[in-house]
Design a binder for this molecule. Structure first.
Ligand code: HDE
Length: 708
């Protein structure tokens, strides 16, 4: 039995009261470590402002006695810690936010009186939160999922929340089905998995039984659901909204965000590996871009139309499972948003930001889209549940930047100084005692819509066509994108354990496109079932809409993208430096990867510092790669499994690859002898480096033969 240590400190209970220094031996190494950490510190206080004597040791009765309940600092510290978590969002739990500014490109008062669009150059502060839908807060960024794209505009006539997605249509037509949809896609209740995945029985069970989901499911199986970066995805308001002018004229609008960098996505196998290598890939990308001053930008635009135009379509513009092709109705750009500031504190800002579709300033109003109407009802509840007080609008990230004046009072965590005598209206006081008054037509005047009809639970017949636009989307994709859609269905349905669920989805897909259905069935190794009954057969005469394709609209640029240079021993430093400057000139970034993160010895003895060890910096983290090595380094790289994977993955992910001639042993070890194509460029003199970077700006090598 161990002998109890003898106490060296005397009991303070018998001593005179007064400030006392802790004996050094009680703090152990604490003091020294703190000194090593260095730096000037402000005095630590409790939340009540009292200076803290000791933050290392709780208050004890005697040297080895029990902890005392009158240690207010300890009690407060643990109390606060125990309450740190608030409920995560039911959907869109995993998100990342940033601040920025929206600038109007002109006076758009011909379509809306919304003040943020009233003059060229007018700036409005914004906060944006991007998110995945299904995964929990701690899930990974590259899940195959819809991305939320929610923007809060702090306009001078109150906040406008544009709570959109990166896919222009939705799974359901009526808000009453939203809880069912979300239950189906989230982890299954009897097992608690899978997380952040639609590839499971309950999701496909639900959508297989809901033909209205088919259109969105096609988008979700497309590369839109695995974006390369938040900075490279479009955003959509999804619903039809209304814009109102000063004279009360109403027009319908569909809202669009267009990324200035153009659209880019990753391939599925890459997404799967990114999730392992860097689960925070998207948030890191956004954070890094803003921190280096490479501010992401989007143009905000609208498709504007009136009732007569809406009536020309077979479908209903109130149906959120439909788009209006941009080829038929082009997007009118209203201005540009720039994200230029990362958050200071993720909890206070990104977690506590409260978006609500019903937040609209004068000049913006709603249509009768039943999904939008349901959302307008729902979002307020969520905020109360999550933020715990009706005063959530007073949190800095949610507070309007324009003056706020009303007679709403009190409540938990009220921080506003609501002074003056009258807290009701009407009142006969004057001056500061009187309080605010309504402003009539200067306020938010809702669109005066005549309403008639019987009270019924109905789905309008104009909402019945579930397949025409699904088909239109599929045929509008490039062959490469169609391949990806097929592969995604094969992957997802392959994860379903109940064959009938798979069969039902396939029966729906036959209504979309026979070739699509056949290709998926072949991939799954199953026979095609009979088509499910369709209320309205898919129209085959709709013109394709190439605006929905990512690849058909990709920009020829390396801006905002990243080259990974795998450097081997004895590499030519001039090639590394030359690539770095060429990429920087093209607006991209470079990360150096080496066998060890400490870096690599270059020819001539200089050392290059690495950003990643190759085992932690696989090629999936980069848009294009270069292998720059000397002979000795090439042999070492060839022996290193992670270096071989670096090259084979880049090759099978269709990436542009640059190689110095010395890299040949790695090429052989990666099994690529005789397979390098014209997107694999030899690196050497400045000219070859420039050609390589130009090629990197182009598309991936989609025609590459990646079969063994
Ligand atoms: Fe949401 N949605 N939603 N949603 N949604 C939420 O609100 C809801 C829908 C969207 O970054 C929740 O604050 C209902 C469509 C985004 O904070 C919740 C219905 C679209 C975000 C909620 C929908 C969206 C949310 C969860 C059907 C695309 C993240 C936490 C009627 C146009 C916002 C929260 C952020 C968040 C309800 C459908 C987009 C539960 C009831 C359609 C981007 O209130």
């Amino acid at each position: 039995m161990a002998t109890p240590k003898k106490s060296t400190a005397k009991s303070s209970a018998t001593k005179k009261a007064g400030p006392k220094k802790n004996p050094k031996d009680v703090r152990g190494q604490g003091d020294e470590l703190h000194q090593m950490a260095g730096g000037d510190s402000p005095p630590m206080t409790t939340a009540q402002g009292q200076p803290v004597q000791d933050d290392q040791n709780s208050l004890r009765a005697g040297d080895r006695g029990p902890t005392l309940m009158n240690d207010a600092h300890f009690r407060e510290k643990l109390f606060h810690f125990d309450h740190e978590r608030i409920p995560e969002r039911v959907v869109h739990a995993r998100g990342y936010g940033a601040h920025g500014v929206f600038e109007s490109n002109g006076d758009h008062s011909d379509i809306t009186r919304a003040s943020l669009f009233s003059a060229k150059g007018k700036q409005t502060e914004v906060f944006v939160r991007f998110s995945t839908v299904a995964g929990n807060l701690g899930s990974f960024d590259l899940a195959r999922d819809v991305r939320g794209f929610a923007t809060k505009f702090y306009t001078d006539e109150g906040n406008w929340d544009l709570v959109g997605n990166n896919i222009p249509v939705f799974f359901i037509q009526d808000a009453i089905k939203f809880p069912d949809l979300v239950h189906a896609v989230k982890e299954e209740q009897d097992r608690g998995f899978p997380q952040a995945q639609s590839a499971h029985d309950t999701f496909w069970d639900f959508v297989g039984l809901m033909p209205e989901s088919t259109h969105m499911t096609l988008w979700q199986m497309s590369d839109r659901a695995i974006p390369r970066s938040f900075r490279m995805m479009e955003g959509f308001g999804v619903h039809t909204f209304r814009f109102l002018t000063g004279d009360g004229t109403s027009r319908f609008v569909k809202l669009h965000w267009k990324p200035v960098l153009g659209m880019q996505s990753v391939v599925w196998n890459e997404a799967v590996k990114i999730n392992g290598a860097d689960p925070d890939f998207h948030r890191r990308d956004l954070y890094d871009a803003i921190e280096v001053g490479d501010f992401p930008q989007w143009e905000l635009g609208v498709q504007v139309f009136d009732d007569a135009f809406a009536d020309e379509f077979d479908f209903d513009v109130l149906d959120p499972t439909k788009i209006i092709p941009e080829e038929i109705l082009p997007v009118r750009v209203l201005g540009t948003m720039t994200l230029n500031r990362t958050v200071d504190n993720v909890f206070s800002e990104t977690e506590q930001v409260a978006f609500m579709t019903q937040n609209v300033p004068p000049g913006i109003d709603f249509s009768n889209d039943p999904l939008l109407q349901g959302r307008n009802f729902s979002y307020l509840d969520t905020q109360l549940k999550r933020l715990g007080s009706t005063n959530f609008t007073q949190l800095e990230v949610n507070a309007p930047r324009c003056p706020v004046a009303h007679f709403q009072r009190d409540g938990h965590m009220q921080t506003a100084h609501q002074s003056g005598r009258a807290n009701y209206e009407p009142n006969s006081f004057t001056g500061t005692d009187r309080g605010p008054r309504e402003v009539g037509d200067a306020g938010h005047v809702p669109f005066a819509q005549p309403i008639q009809g019987d009270t019924r639970r109905i789905r309008a017949e104009s909402f019945a066509d579930h397949y025409s636009q699904a088909r239109q989307f599929y045929v509008s994709q490039t062959p490469v994108e169609q391949d990806h859609i097929v592969a995604a269905y094969v992957f997802e349905l392959g994860k379903c354990e109940i064959p009938e669920i798979r069969t039902r989805v396939m029966a729906n897909l036959r209504n979309v496109d026979e070739t699509l259905a056949q290709r998926i069935a072949d991939g799954l190794g199953m026979d095609l079932p009979a088509a499910s009954p369709a209320a309205v057969a898919a129209r085959t005469d709709l013109e394709p809409t190439p605006a929905t394709s990512i690849l058909a609209n990709a920009k020829d640029t390396f801006e905002g993208r990243k080259l990974g240079i795998l450097v081997g021993e004895d590499a030519d430093g001039a090639v590394v430096d030359g690539l770095r400057s060429a990429v920087t000139k093209a607006g991209g970034q470079v990360d150096v990867v080496a066998i060890a993160v400490g870096g690599e010895q270059l020819k001539g003895g200089k050392k290059v510092v690495a950003d990643h060890a190759v085992a932690g910096g696989p090629s999936v983290l980069f848009d294009a790669v270069a292998i720059v090595t000397g002979d000795a380094g090439a042999k070492k790289l060839a022996d290193e499994p992670a270096a071989r994977d670096f090259l084979t993955d880049a090759f099978t992910h269709f990436k542009v690859i640059g190689l110095t001639t010395e890299a040949a042993p790695l090429v052989s070890a990666a099994g690529l002898d005789g397979k390098l194509d014209d997107a694999c460029l030899t690196l050497g003199a400045a000219k070859t480096r420039a050609e390589f970077v130009t090629r990197c700006a182009g598309p991936r090598a989609w025609d590459r033969d990646i079969t063994a």
